[in-house]
Ligand binder design. Structure first.
Ligand code: GLN
Length: 478
């Protein structure tokens, strides 16, 4: 069975159907890999001895899947990698978890993340950082870093993550896997612990586009438990697994190829562009002028929403409680003890920009700029079908390198956050390696609900390249 790590999830599921092995054997195979290899990575928060599952069916039936620790699984611990929730058990299933069960998938455990999904490195976790399987002295990206590392090391065929400003795509890029953020509203947020409610989306992290399309088929469904869920007929995404991309028009925004982009990243992204050119894709230089305001806009909006969403963690309703002589000081002490530094920083930022006197100057202004960012994309998409950019300005950085510099950490998301602000779909997939053998990702951004175009382009790219088949040496150890 050692060979399983070289197969796609879809292929393993087919082998199960053919009776080559059964799902218990597959579960045990991956569980053993996690037990053996994860102590050096720490990508998992909890590993389930027995799968969480129910009777169900789909093209992926019988496969194990890992879930980020901010998505509710009934009866299981959900901590968001925060001390404040360390003793909390979910009392219901997230809609996406429900759909995994209905598809016959076996949930194998929960993965590490930045506390409440605030971060770009998975270092802001009460469990400590997850290590990059390509170089364990380096970060995995964040905040869905546990999911990305687990998939990269083939500890699971795939996993779910969540993306508020890049948290699926940036760790996918730093770990060499495919991370897809669907259009806002396509996957239900019910049961996802809210960070920035107008930005959050759940999405798949896989090694390849075949699994990505199949997993999107499982989790994309209208849901009346989420008022922002899009009420539309969801297409069969596997129909977009086509090799024909001739004639598609891709925009290259000049603002995304400016200073700050590491030359080795640029080289790998340029090589991906050349491959698409050979496939007769047309490239057009475009401009997204409001890009320079994206990071500031995002951090005002995301922190404002986060400060409001996190009010519920008050020491009364959930988790950690620090006894005190008055109610007010119980709130204060519980939050002081339960939240890490980055969470406190976001709550300060958000509360400040929402407070009377500053609301107009910061929050309201940010909402207006968000509109401008969206308008830039609307205009660009009258000319092009898809936009191509780097995913992250650098490859995986060293653990500890940016923890003292929040601003430089925030810049890790410079290429990913605009898709969230504009509600668009976007994906990162591996397109090369640096000279230090660290993976590099390229990002495609699509129109609202045009996941199909991204899948088509990604699939046809993977058809003629094999970056996505490379496995970190650490994961090959037997
Ligand atoms: N890194 C960004 C942040 O810290 C995005 C996080 C995310 O997408 N959840 O807010």
């Amino acid at each position: 069975m050692e060979d399983l790590i070289n197969l796609t999830g879809f292929e393993i599921a087919q082998d199960i159907k053919k009776g080559q092995f059964n799902q218990e054997q597959v579960y045990t195979f991956f569980k053993d890999r996690i037990k053996r290899l994860d102590p050096s990575l720490k990508s998992f928060v909890e590993l389930y001895q027995e799968p969480v599952c129910s009777e169900g069916s789909s093209a992926l039936k019988g496969l194990p899947i890992a879930v980020k620790d901010n998505i509710c699984i009934k009866g299981k611990k959900i901590t968001c990698a925060s001390k404040i929730l360390s003793s909390h058990t979910a009392v219901y299933d997230a809609s996406s978890v429900n759909l995994l069960k209905k598809a016959g998938l076996n949930i194998i455990g929960t993965t590490n993340m930045d506390e409440f999904a605030f971060g770009s490195s998975t270092e802001n976790s009460c469990y400590g950082p997850t290590k990059n399987p390509w170089d364990t002295t380096r970060v995995v990206g964040g905040s869905s870093g546990g999911s990305a590392a687990a998939v990269a090391a083939r500890l699971v065929p795939f996993a779910l993550g969540s993306d508020t400003g890049g948290s699926i795509r940036q760790p996918a890029s730093l770990c060499g896997v495919v991370g897809f953020k669907p259009t806002y509203g396509l996957v239900s947020r019910y049961g996802l612990v809210a960070f920035g409610s107008s930005l959050d989306q759940i999405g798949p992290i896989t090694t390849n586009f075949i699994d990505c399309a199949n997993l999107l088929n499982v989790i994309c469904r209208p849901d009346n438990k989420d008022s922002t869920s899009a009420d539309l007929e969801v297409p069969d995404f596997t129909k977009s697994l086509q090799n024909n991309v001739a004639g598609l028009k891709i925009g290259l925004p000049k603002e995304y190829f400016a200073e700050g982009l590491n030359p080795e990243i640029k080289e790998a992204v340029d090589a991906a562009i050349s491959i698409f050119k050979k496939k007769k894709v047309k490239f057009i230089e475009i401009s997204l002028p409001a890009t320079e305001y994206a990071v500031a806009t995002y951090y005002i909006i995301a922190s404002s929403e986060a400060s409001s969403n996190l009010q519920r963690f008050d020491g009364i309703k959930y988790g950690l409680r620090t006894p005190a002589s008055s109610l007010r000081s119980l709130y204060a002490k519980s939050r002081q003890n339960g939240f890490g530094d980055e969470v406190k920083r976001r709550v300060f930022l958000g509360t400040y920009s929402l407070s009377s006197g500053y609301y107009e100057a910061y929050y309201l202004k940010a909402l207006k700029v968000r509109r401008l960012i969206k308008k830039d994309f609307d205009k660009a998409f009258t000319e092009v079908d898809v936009i191509l950019t780097p995913t992250s300005p650098t490859a995986a950085f060293r653990i500890g390198e940016k923890t003292q510099e929040p601003l430089s950490m925030y810049l890790s998301d410079i290429y990913t956050i605009s898709a969230n602000l504009a509600g668009l779909c976007a994906v990162s997939f591996p397109c090369g390696f640096t000279r230090d053998n660290l993976p590099v990702g390229v990002q495609l951004i699509g129109k609202e609900f045009d996941e199909a175009a991204l899948i088509r382009l990604g699939f046809s790219y993977q058809n003629c390249t094999d970056f996505h088949k490379k496995i970190p040496p650490l994961a090959m150890k037997s």
